[in-house]
Write a protein that binds this ligand. Structure first.
Ligand code: PEP
Ligand code: MN
Length: 298
């Protein structure tokens, strides 16, 4: 069938739903994807929480975080061993732990019994990382790397696709369609902040696009997670944006948590500590119950 782009637009048309991303599009108003990853349900009553450091800095750090976030209610441990750092220069502290970091994630997963989400950046590392991770994270910078999306999709692993900070909802759903097109149905979207002229603080880089949650829910059945840590880049704002994310209908929350935020090897302004995380989980649970009769605590 020849498809013509009759009405190209940055917003989503009826034609797009039928011809550009039919697999991502809702088939009826109540259509919502529900699936389990490591025994945790997505798209249902529970709102899963992913928590952990920005980077898998060391074996000790990842064990400490895993124990503490699990105890405080996280469903998944997050953390990058392979990191898309904005600039190529690395101090010793800033250096990715790469294959070694993946080995620590595997150890922590088995010993502490917490499932893992971690980013893959290059196709050559797909076999190594997909062996260990429960969810493949595709970072915002790779959102439109289509051959890479296809290669990740082919593993059959659940995939979380972060929105690029300059992408429209239409572009984001188009990218998700590449994954579903390979027969991989376990796709989670993640809103992590967009680039705008004003972010209300010189240290803020992005603005959390809460409006994209109800907008996405009008057109797609895929679950959508919010990441207030990367969006705000500012620890004092993480709590309010997490609660607002849940009140906006988010199906999950990704949070950076570090035992000593100021000394995080990467992005030290954004992680919250264990105590703040524990309190936030309880508050998110209350907002989830009050707004959608859902829950954060299993
Ligand atoms: C991350 O989650 O660590 C990350 C690098 O996110 P993003 O791709 O949204 O910048
Ligand atoms: Mn990060």
């Amino acid at each position: 069938m020849k498809i013509e782009n009759k009405f190209p637009t940055k917003d989503i048309s009826e034609e797009d739903l039928k011809t550009k991303f039919p697999l991502v599009a809702k088939k009826n108003p109540t259509h919502q994807s529900k699936f389990e990853v490591a025994g945790v349900e997505f798209g249902g009553n529970l709102i899963p929480i992913f928590a952990g450091p920005n980077m898998v800095e060391s074996r000790d750090l990842i064990f400490d975080v895993a124990i503490n976030v699990k105890k405080n209610g996280a469903h998944f441990l997050r953390g990058g061993a392979f990191k898309p750092l904005t600039f190529p220069y690395r101090s010793e502290k800033y250096t990715e732990t790469r294959e070694e970091g993946i080995k620590w994630l595997n150890e922590v997963k088995k010993e502490i019994k917490i499932p893992i989400i971690t980013e893959i950046m290059e196709e050559k590392f797909i076999p190594l990382i997909s062996e260990v991770t429960d969810i493949i994270q595709i970072g915002s910078r790779n959102m439109q790397n289509y051959p890479f999306l296809t290669a990740c999709a082919k593993t059959g692993k659940p995939i979380m696709l972060k929105r690029h900070y300059g992408a429209s909802l239409r572009d984001w759903l188009g990218a998700a369609e590449y994954i579903l097109y390979e027969g991989n149905k376990k796709v989670i979207l993640c809103e992590r902040g967009v680039s705008v002229p004003h972010t209300h603080r010189s240290t803020s880089r992005f603005l959390l696009d809460l409006q994209v949650i109800p907008a996405a829910k009008e057109v797609t059945h895929l679950p959508i997670v919010v990441d207030p840590s990367h969006a705000t880049f500012w620890r004092p704002w993480v709590e309010s944006m997490s609660l607002a994310g849940i009140a906006s209908g988010a199906d999950g929350v990704m949070l950076e948590v570090h035992p000593d935020p100021k000394n995080s090897a990467v992005d030290p302004l954004q992680p919250i500590d264990f105590k703040e995380f524990g309190e936030l989980v309880k508050k998110m649970d209350r907002v989830a119950k009050a707004s959608f009769n859902r829950k954060v605590i299993k």
